[in-house]
Write a new protein. Structure first.
Length: 116
């Protein structure tokens, strides 16, 4: 399984290198259309290779997706924490009841019963 994973990521790396080599031309990224930039007097432009623009776009998309999923799963995580606290409280109560059950009896029997 480890070799399949390494092969997959190796193929992904090769594809990314090929994509980067095929898209080395410089492109201009504009934050605003020229129609709006002219009257406002601001034109935030940046020039960079096309593969950088693609990789940055994919990275930003992944970050937004991860953040969206993390926010969406908030209720599930809080429910899991609440249930975990309840299980711990119940486990403590069971241990306390086992101690009360064997009070004044043979310690060896109490230890064996507690272990099971």
């Amino acid at each position: 399984m480890k070799y399949i994973k390494l092969t997959f990521w190796g193929l992904v790396a090769i594809c990314l290198v090929i994509l980067g080599m095929a898209n080395r031309d410089i492109v201009t990224l504009r934050a605003m259309p020229e129609v709006l930039a002219g009257p406002l007097g601001i034109s935030p432009d940046i020039q960079l290779p096309m593969f950088m623009a693609l990789f940055i776009g994919v990275g930003i998309g992944l970050l937004i997706g991860f953040l969206w999923e993390w926010v969406r799963e908030h209720n599930m995580r809080s429910d899991a924490r609440a249930k975990s606290r309840k299980v711990e409280a119940l486990q403590r109560e069971i241990d306390a009841l086992k101690d009360q059950k064997h009070e004044g009896k043979d310690e060896v029997v109490a230890l064996l019963d507690k272990a099971s």
